[in-house]
Design a protein. Structure first.
Length: 346
């Protein structure tokens, strides 16, 4: 079988495949309300990273699913990225993963069994690193290649970290550099360097395990991960849920070194424009910011970093946890304050 590149088989890739925030809101309509189940601790109401259901006084189960089309051409790397991205939602709730199920949709007339097997093996490798089994799943014959996981985890009910509990005065810390969507767009245009590809794989396959430890820090009030809606989109979810304004200083935001010159050239996924069209009216950009800087803040991340809202006095402790876990770019990027839910970027 003569196979084409994985990214040529799909119209989008990674978390850039997400439906634009404004359209998603239109589709969901009024479904995002508090459901009448007292043990459902987190549902759809604040667009959080996963659902959380209290089992007893000591345990709550976290359930999430994530899947997408290829962001890279190497099948093993694609599987690794998709699995890392899916498990991240467990860590973003402050939990520990316990099990996963595979979601597989493949054009079996275009991809060989060997290629599909490599995708699954990539996912299995990440799950081994996370210490969990892939205990089953479901597969279909589809027109575009799709892979992801249903991920399940556990957390103490008192340590659940929602995206809606930030407090005025909290410091904002981002765990990974931005620019994944930019690198992926350059790859698809066949202009990404070897160093750029290496950086793309390194950041998207690094598990956000540190989230489990952050849940034990008293001053960590809100936690989420940055994926397809970009930093601005996911930060706006924190603002809306917490009824606060966020202030971000662009120069403090970590950016992947190989993505920076590409972003300055205007390279990036189509999801950037969709994201800005959806929520740009809720963002105040300082006049001195260039268009590429605004776009980078809306870049669709795949398997992006954790975004933490933490009390000022606990910020150094959070940064130490990030550093000890190998997140060298983790940085304070801004703060939360009283005000209408929106983001102000200087």
């Amino acid at each position: 079988m003569s196979e084409v590149k994985l990214t040529r088989l799909s119209h989008g890739g990674g978390c850039g495949c997400k439906i634009a925030p404004a359209l998603l809101h239109e589709i969901l309509g009024e479904v995002k309300h508090k459901l009448p189940f007292p043990d459902l601790m987190v549902g759809t109401e604040t667009s959080d990273d996963a659902a959380v259901y209290r089992l007893n006084d000591e345990q709550a189960i976290i359930a999430t699913t994530d899947f997408f089309m290829p962001i890279v051409d190497d099948p093993f790397d694609f599987g690794r990225i998709a699995a890392t991205n899916a498990i991240s939602d467990i860590y973003a709730m402050g939990g520990t993963p316990i099990m996963a199920l595979a979601l597989v949709g493949m054009p079996i007339d275009k991809l060989s069994p060997e290629t599909i097997r490599l995708i699954l093996q990539g996912g299995e490798a990440v799950c081994r690193d996370a210490g969990i089994p892939i205990a089953g799943g479901h597969s279909i014959d589809s027109q575009e290649p799709i892979y992801g996981l249903v991920a399940l985890g556990l957390v103490h009910p008192a340590r659940v970290k929602k995206n809606s509990a930030a407090q005025a005065g909290d410091v904002l810390i981002l765990g990974k550099g931005l620019g994944v969507g930019v690198l992926a767009a350059a790859l698809k245009k066949e202009i990404l360097s070897d160093a750029g590809y290496k950086q793309l794989i390194a950041t998207t396959t690094k598990l956000n395990k540190v989230g489990s430890a952050l849940a034990n820090i008293e001053g960590v009030h809100a936690l989420t991960d940055v994926t397809g809606f970009g930093l601005l989109g996911h930060l706006l979810e924190v603002c809306r849920g917490s009824d606060l304004t966020a202030e971000v200083t662009f120069e403090q935001v970590p950016v992947l070194s190989e993505a920076l010159p590409l972003a300055q050239q205007g390279i990036g996924p189509g999801a950037i424009a969709r994201n800005l069209a959806s929520y740009g009216h809720e963002v105040d950009f300082a006049p001195h910011l260039h268009e590429w800087q605004q776009r980078l803040l809306a870049d669709a991340q795949t398997s992006g970093g954790l975004l933490v809202a933490v009390a000022q006095e606990k910020a150094d402790e959070v940064l130490t946890h990030f550093r000890d876990a190998g997140f060298a770019q983790a940085a304070v990027i801004g703060k939360m304050k009283q005000g209408t839910p929106r983001v102000v970027v200087s």
